[in-house]
Design a protein around this ligand. Structure first.
Ligand SMILES: Nc1ncnc2c1ncn2[C@@H]1O[C@H](COP(=O)(O)OP(=O)(O)OP(=O)(O)O)[C@@H](O)[C@H]1O
Ligand SMILES: [Mg+2]
Length: 778
């Protein structure tokens, strides 16, 4: 009879079993893309179809987005609005809701505030300051981490003091007063009627243990409990689930030990291993068929994860197409990496009629988004940053840009209003209002009014008048400096001289420091821009060129309501999601694997699982990119390719083409993949030193050597080229930044040789061949 239920046709045999499993405990352990989430979804639909009241079902997902999608899918399957009644969401959102009902028993108001991580960090930073502790020893982020991990292990302040090992460990780490900070922090949150993220779990546990009648109520309510991504539940979450499921034991969990990536937040893989011990008569299911990805991607992912010693035995295969090989791309700088990603997305969109939403760019840390964002903006490719603000939307970035705009155009009113009193210099709103009135009256700009105060009787007191004049003088001094300086030199000077950097630095809060770091990152970007402009024969690299560049770009920030955007996010956030095209950027040692996670085997294995998660997000095509040099704090750092690149079985990878400056992955690879360029027409550039380049993909050994091969060029500014003798008028070329184009004209000799090129994007540029990153296609 069950075979007749139409929706079960959407499942294979192995998936159908756990969906149809009767009451009791069951667990599905299976690799990425094998339909675990699908099983969970269908099981809920099936329960409802069998008459289980939707009010009695609790489903815990990894993201709220996943919950929304699941609800929609369930509504589709059971064809009713009943799905609305399901309690479904992340642990945090579901238990925040529960605490709003019953948290009053613990003394919290029902409208308690939820502190996000930044709020918590800020509070901890001020407690450290108030206690007069050394902030270099008591680093607020570390302290917050520590407190968070105690909470997730249900170690209250009292329990902390009762555990000599913990107290000792903190004392050894020169933080003997950590317990006091913890106590103060808890008190302050409580007094403020606030819970932090960890409290949402900790207090739920407290509620369920201290008040049996509350526990009974929810046990009775949630007769069926389902948990996605079970491998990443922490101890606190584990205990909540266990308590709630204890009465009926109708619990279904799905997970993949190979995708456990939150142990740094206390996730505990033993939850999976102990499941059979925790419940009676557990139904165990395995799924092996991956429906998401091509054979190449599935096999490559398997080859990576096989390097981990600690893992459950598992098979993953797919009946999907072979697909394209994974593309590895090397660039000289992170900016070039961004441009490669943008141009590749551009090409894929064109050649495969793809929407922007079918692309994702994944990175290990948030700050990597800047270079990618810059490149996407330049190509007018809409994107969305998940889990953070887009770079140019940030307040401090807008502040710096406002000053720079004023240097170029003091009449820029918005810019002037934004910064005339920031950092604060005692120019109040009344004064500004007077200036605006006068400006309107005389038909002049506010700046001009400010510049002529003695002649205009505006009834502004002499003290304020002086402050206004100082501001004018400062902007004028920037203008003078601008005449002989490039954009970076000026921007750095402006950031310091205006007091912006200092303002955020002395603020001392985590937020202030974050803002300061963002300004540094902006300066990195400007520096890189200046280097790039050196290629252009008619560019100077000054600030107005930079601003023009950004102005075009920032238009993209305006929300057009268009949801078709490239997704940018950290790998951690990408868990459970899927995209046809996935770019994993920054495949470099110390970045991925992260420098902070290489001390023990288990840390390294977690990084490897993270890589496995990243790669298995891709349906059709995966790109892995890395760069030889990366800007950090305005300095160029040598980077080595990630060890993970070597770990992929080479048969699934399309790799580098050697060129004269050591090796370089060339954009011919992607051109070739998408059938635009006949590979045989691509010439290989001869090496300078006479040794013929190895042909084809390098093997692991070659890659290893490559990792050791120090980049010849430690700064892009020095990266002068040997001009390709085949370059002539009419040649088809590919530029790392501007894409494909045709040479219209060549002029000059020697170091001055320039080419005028019409690019496919529509613009004509004159490039200095000595610097231009050009490749001759034919
Ligand atoms: N039997 C099936 N028929 C068709 N498509 C399927 C089937 N099973 C799964 N899929 C599709 O395969 C993709 C992967 O499924 P799903 O997201 O459920 O896998 P998962 O095991 O949860 O993956 P992850 O480990 O990444 O969370 C989804 O697009 C899903 O709709
Ligand atoms: Mg899933």
């Amino acid at each position: 009879m069950e075979e007749e239920i139409a929706y079960l046709k959407g499942l294979n045999d192995a998936q159908r079993e756990p969906v149809l499993h009767k009451d009791g405990a069951l667990m599905v352990i299976a690799g990425a893309g094998s339909g675990k989430t699908r099983v969970l979804t269908y099981r809920i639909a099936h329960l409802m179809a069998q008459g289980v009241d939707s009010f009695n079902i609790l489903a815990l997902t990894f993201t709220n987005k996943a919950a929304r999608e699941m609800k929609k899918r369930i509504a589709d399957i059971v064809g009713s609005s009943e799905a609305k009644n399901l309690w479904m969401g992340t642990f945090h959102s579901v238990f925040a809701k529960l605490l709003r009902f019953d948290g009053s028993k613990l003394g919290y108001p029902s409208n308690f505030t939820i502190y996000d991580t930044q709020d918590s960090q800020r509070l901890i930073a001020s407690i450290i300051k108030e206690m007069g502790l050394d902030k270099d020893i008591y680093k607020y982020k570390q302290v917050q981490n520590r407190i968070s991990s105690y909470k997730n292990s249900l170690i209250t302040v009292k329990a902390y003091y009762q555990n000599p090992e913990l107290v000792e460990a903190d004392a050894m780490a020169k933080r003997p007063r950590l317990g006091e900070i913890y106590q103060n922090y808890v008190d302050r949150c409580f007094k403020a009627g606030a819970m932090d993220f960890d409290d949402l779990l900790l207090r739920t546990n407290e509620l369920l243990t201290r008040f049996p009648e509350v526990l009974m109520k929810y046990q009775d309510r949630f007769r069926y409990i389902l948990v996605d991504e079970y491998q990443d539940t922490n101890h606190s979450q584990y205990l909540i689930v266990k308590a709630l499921a204890d009465r009926y034991q109708n619990i279904c969990v799905v997970g993949d030990d190979a995708q456990s990536i939150y142990s740094f937040r206390g996730a505990n893989i033993s939850n999976i291993l102990n499941f059979q011990r925790d419940y009676e008569d557990v139904g165990m299911y395995r799924l092996e068929q991956n429906y998401r990805s091509t054979k190449n991607i599935v096999n490559a992912a398997n080859s990576i994860i096989s390097n981990n010693k600690n893992q459950l035995e598992k098979v993953v295969w797919t009946a999907n197409d072979e697909g394209n090989k994974i593309i590895i791309h090397r660039s000289i700088t992170d900016a070039e990496e961004g441009r490669y990603v943008a141009s590749s997305i551009w090409d894929n969109r064109m050649n495969h009629q793809m929407g922007n939403g079918e692309f994702a760019v994944l990175y290990r840390t948030n700050s990597q988004s800047r270079a990618i964002e810059d490149a996407l903006r330049k190509r007018d490719i809409p994107y969305r940053i998940y889990g953070g603000l887009s770079f140019y939307q940030r307040k401090e970035i807008k502040d710096v840009l406002a000053y720079l705009r004023l240097v170029i155009n003091p009449k820029d009113e918005e810019a002037l209003k934004r910064v005339v009193n920031f950092p604060a210099r005692g120019i109040g709103q009344t004064t500004i209002d007077k200036l605006v009135v006068a400006a309107n009256h005389y038909g002049r700009s506010i700046f001009e009014v400010m510049d002529n105060l003695p002649k205009l009787n505006l009834k502004i007191n002499s003290g304020t008048q002086r402050k206004l004049e100082d501001f004018v003088t400062m902007i004028k001094s920037f203008q003078i400096m601008n005449e002989g300086s490039d954009a970076f030199t000026l921007a750095e000077h402006v950031s310091k001289k205006t007091g912006l950097l200092l303002e955020f630095k002395k603020d001392g809060t985590p937020e202030g420091i974050g803002r300061m770091e963002n300004i540094e990152e902006l300066l990195n970007g400007i520096k890189d821009f200046v280097e790039g402009q050196k290629e252009l024969a008619d560019a100077t690299g000054n600030i107005s060129e930079f601003l023009e560049d950004v102005a075009l770009a920032t238009d993209l920030d305006k929300d057009t309501g268009d949801d078709d955007r490239v997704a940018l996010m950290t790998i951690h956030l990408a868990k459970g999601l899927e995209f046809p095209y996935v770019y994993i950027v920054g495949m470099e040692e110390d970045l991925f694997p992260s420098a902070m996670s290489m001390n023990t085997r288990s840390e390294l294995e977690e990084e490897r699982r993270l890589f496995y998660v990243a790669l298995t997000r891709a349906e059709k095509q995966a790109y892995l990119t890395y760069t030889q040099n990366r800007y950090r704090w305005g300095k160029l750092i040598d980077a080595e390719p990630s060890r993970f690149l070597e770990e992929i079985d080479e048969q699934y990878v399309d790799n580098l083409t050697p060129v004269n400056d050591g090796y370089r992955y060339k954009s011919m690879i992607d051109a070739n993949i998408f059938g635009e360029v006949d590979k045989s027409k691509l010439r290989q550039v001869k090496p300078q030193n006479g040794t013929p380049p190895p042909v084809g993909s390098p093997n692991a050994n070659q890659l290893r050597k490559l990792r050791k091969l120090k980049p010849e060029l430690s700064k892009p500014s020095k990266s002068t080229n040997v001009i390709d003798p085949n370059l002539e008028e009419g040649s088809l070329v590919n530029h790392t930044r501007f894409g494909k184009g045709q040479v219209l004209k060549i002029e000059g000799v020697g170091n001055d040789k320039k080419a005028e090129i019409k690019f496919e994007r529509g613009d004509i540029k004159k490039l200095l061949l000595r610097f231009a990153k050009l490749e001759v296609l034919s």
